[in-house]
Design a protein around this ligand. Structure first.
Ligand SMILES: Cc1ncc(COP(=O)(O)O)c(C=O)c1O
Length: 395
């Protein structure tokens, strides 16, 4: 069999994720520290796990309704109102998905016709471009800069729009930069969008993890509500990555289209996880606050110490990543990560894995223990000093 001819050309054209290579090297090492994976180091809070277990004990092992249990959707609507002032009708504007990942895939597939363009600010989470390509669309990357706080400016958006533009992804708070969009930033975006039908796919998976200010969704702006698809989930906010629970909220016709696709591809999100998610929505606010506080102190520690040892680091305002500039090392992002891992046994991810505009940066996840973070800083200091010494000898 010639599988190169058998496997779809579209998937063959897609580059594998740049993150994988480092995990392959990491696997060979025993005492390495990984700041590579973007997932909470906390275990799901006990009362949430218990709700999942109890549902199994009661024998709730069947499919649920395609859109997700009504009770869960009601709790999601209550939560969104309570936490973010967002108003969605739980009977027809919310779909429960397999992680935020499925929600992003569905949103792109129901909106994009072949040849449609999707504007994607980068550096950002790795899936938007490949999923756009799989839907037959064309990703249009817009490079964000540290000077602008890794925000999307109205000028950048205006320059990227063409008659083929179908959707704009707003990936804030951002993985990997930690950048956010404040209300006035979104108002400027709304102004640019007002005379056309471009949809907004707002990936708000880190909405609970902002430091110093409350998250604002584009759907909070009346001008944007009707064109916004809000993606969210439980992975980051409630430390529930393995439960694969997410949801998406949008105008009713968009949710109906997404539900159709979800029904054929998935049937319904995992039932045990839905029971756990009900508990998370009802009684999880204090857990979130506790985890946020922890992340915040680690964030402040890292920013301060990265700058101290000579790497310029933008102060992230959300999510749980730092994105320091490594240009002063004289290495490319890839070289930096590979050498740092081989020489000091700490894994961080090259900025280039997150799209154009990531060269010169690396991403480190601070959802790791303070012990690992302090040890990583000390190894990084060592690494940079050795580099400077060698560069001094060569020069
Ligand atoms: C920005 C962003 N969106 C979505 C996801 C997907 O999360 P999940 O599918 O676990 O909900 C991630 C995971 O890292 C992410 O960083």
């Amino acid at each position: 069999m010639n599988y190169d001819q058998i496997i779809s050309q579209k998937i063959q054209n897609i580059k594998p994720s740049g993150i994988r290579k480092f995990f392959d090297i990491l696997e060979e090492m025993t005492d390495a520290i990984s700041l590579g994976i973007g997932e909470p180091d906390f275990v799901t809070p006990w009362h949430i796990r218990d709700a999942g277990i109890y549902s199994l004990e009661r024998g709730h092992t069947k499919y649920t309704s395609n859109a997700g249990m009504l009770e869960l959707r009601r709790e999601i609507a209550n939560y969104l109102r309570r936490r973010f002032d967002l108003e969605y009708d739980y009977t027809n504007q919310i779909l429960v998905t397999v992680g935020g990942s499925e929600a992003i895939d569905l949103a792109i597939r129901v909106l994009v016709n072949p040849g449609d363009e999707v504007i994607i600010p980068v550096p950002s989470f790795v899936c938007y471009g490949p999923l756009t390509e799989m839907a037959g669309g064309v990703p249009v990357y817009v490079e964000l800069t540290a000077e602008n706080g890794f925000r999307l400016t109205p000028e950048q958006l205006k320059a990227a729009i063409t008659p083929r533009t179908k959707a704009l992804v707003l990936p804030f708070p951002s993985n990997p930069t930690g950048g956010i969009m404040e209300r006035r930033d979104l108002e400027a975006i709304a102004q640019v969008l007002k005379d056309n039908d471009i949809m907004v796919i707002s990936d708000e998976i880190y909405a609970e993890l902002t430091y110093g200010q409350r998250h604002v969704s584009p759907a909070n702006l009346t001008q944007l509500y009707d064109r916004t698809v809000v993606v969210n989930g439980f992975s980051k906010s409630h430390a529930m990555t393995g439960w694969r629970m997410g949801y998406v909220c949008a105008p009713q016709p968009v949710i109906a289209a997404m539900t159709k696709l979800h029904q054929f591809g998935i049937m319904s999100a995992p039932t045990t996880s839905q029971y756990a998610a009900i508990e998370a929505m009802r009684s999880g606010d204090e857990d979130i606050a506790h985890m946020r506080e922890e992340y915040d102190s680690r964030r402040r520690y890292l920013v301060e110490n990265l700058n101290r040892i000579g790497l310029d680091c933008f102060e992230p305002k959300g999510a749980f990543y730092v994105f320091p500039c490594i240009r002063s090392s004289g290495l490319s992002s890839d070289e930096f990560c590979e050498r740092f891992l081989r020489e000091e046994k700490v894994a961080v991810i090259p900025g280039t894995a997150f799209g154009p505009g990531g060269e010169g940066y690396v991403r480190a996840c601070y959802a790791s223990s303070m012990r690992d973070l302090t040890e990583s800083i000390s190894r990084l200091d060592n690494f940079l000093q050795n580099l400077r010494r060698k560069q001094g000898q060569d020069g």
